[in-house]
Design a protein around this ligand. Structure first.
Ligand code: 2U9
Length: 335
């Protein structure tokens, strides 16, 4: 004969189970532990099921009451589990957001940035002005033939620049370009007018190095060829360029001579109360136009050339050209 089970025993068990489970759920702080609690209390072999197993021993009148209470406890615990799960998931997301937040007020790590060399800066500044005027940058080889460096530019066979004393000739019969004019010849061979180009780049001369001379230096040359270009166009272009570089200054042109331009001129700017020579210019010699197959009866052109070092030295009051090549950071940091 089985021992009769009192309904108030089961009721008390369910009530204490509910309390125990609710406390356990409230103090759980991981999702895994929460799942373990669900299995422990609501699983098939869980505590609530075990208590219900004892219902068979109840009288038929008592069963519905305990059954209803068991369901109520189940639902309450399920609700608590769900709420706790949501809370833990929310907390995990918040923790992740917190850990990924960027503190934009934090001071950065210092990394030395460096900047362009004063020569590069000056070159880029000049390029910017001419690009703004619609010119295209043209480049070419630093090793040249006699033809592109001299002959096509109307240098006579006995011109002193062609002498071993003035130009660096190479064992293969070529030479290191003495100006970037060769680039302009190469460009014109490939293009029909109108031409608007600048050629910046490194050049070489057999110079003895001193405060104002260097065997390696940089030039920027300007060339425009079109129908109807005049000396006035040349002067106006140079005025716009030099004002962009030096500010609101006066300019002056003095007659000069170059094999590749006729007429030719030296260009001075009024700088700190004195006239300072900064570049040369002229109308492209008809012989040069002919050498690239342009008809000098149809087209005229103007050209100009300058030494980038000289402009950088004037702009920054640099007293010795060699400072530009010494890679001394105490000097370079000033620019
Ligand atoms: C072509 C035709 C003509 C370029 C020019 C100068 C005047 C000039 C010097 C400035 C200082 C060289 O670096 S420097 O020593 N240059 O005075 N250059 S006209 O004339 C050209 C170029 C290309 C086809």
């Amino acid at each position: 004969m089985s021992i009769p089970v009192q309904s108030n025993d089961l009721e008390a068990q369910l009530q204490s189970l509910r309390q125990e489970a609710q406390e356990a759920i409230a103090s759980t702080d991981t999702l895994d532990a929460l799942e373990q609690l669900r299995i422990k209390y609501l699983g098939k072999k869980g505590s609530v099921s075990r208590v219900l197993g004892g219902m068979g021993k109840l009288s038929p009148e008592e069963r519905p009451k305990i059954g209803a209470l068991a369901n109520e406890v189940k639902e309450a615990l399920q609700g608590d589990l769900d709420a706790r799960r949501t809370a833990l998931q929310d907390a995990a997301i918040m923790a992740q957001i917190e850990s990924e937040t960027l503190d934009i007020t934090m001071p950065g790590v210092f990394r030395p940035q460096g900047h362009g060399h004063p020569l590069t800066q000056t070159m880029n500044q000049m390029i910017d002005v001419f690009v703004g005027l619609g010119y295209t940058v043209a480049t070419g080889p630093e090793m040249e033939t006699d033809y592109y460096n001299f002959e096509a530019l109307n240098f006579q066979p006995d011109h002193p620049a062609r002498d071993m004393q003035d130009t660096l000739f190479l064992p293969n019969g070529n030479l290191l370009r003495t100006h970037t004019s060769s680039v302009q010849i190469r460009y014109m061979e490939e293009h029909e007018p109108p031409v608007r180009i600048i050629s910046p780049g490194r050049c070489y001369r057999r110079d003895t190095v001193d405060a104002t001379h260097s065997a390696v230096f940089h030039q920027l040359e300007i060339l425009a060829v079109d129908e109807g270009l005049t000396f006035t166009d040349l002067r106006g272009t140079l005025k716009v360029f030099l004002e962009a570089m030096f500010g609101d200054i006066e300019i002056r042109l003095r007659p000069s001579y170059f094999p590749f331009t006729e007429p030719s001129a030296e260009v001075d700017v009024r700088w700190k109360g004195r006239w300072l020579e900064v570049m040369g210019c002229g109308m492209v010699d008809p012989n040069v136009l002919k050498s690239v197959g342009y008809d000098p009866e149809v087209y005229t052109g103007f050209a100009a050339g300058l030494g980038v070092e000289r402009i950088a030295m004037v702009l920054h009051q640099i007293d010795d050209i060699r400072r530009l090549y010494a890679s001394d950071l105490r000097f370079l940091r000033q620019f």
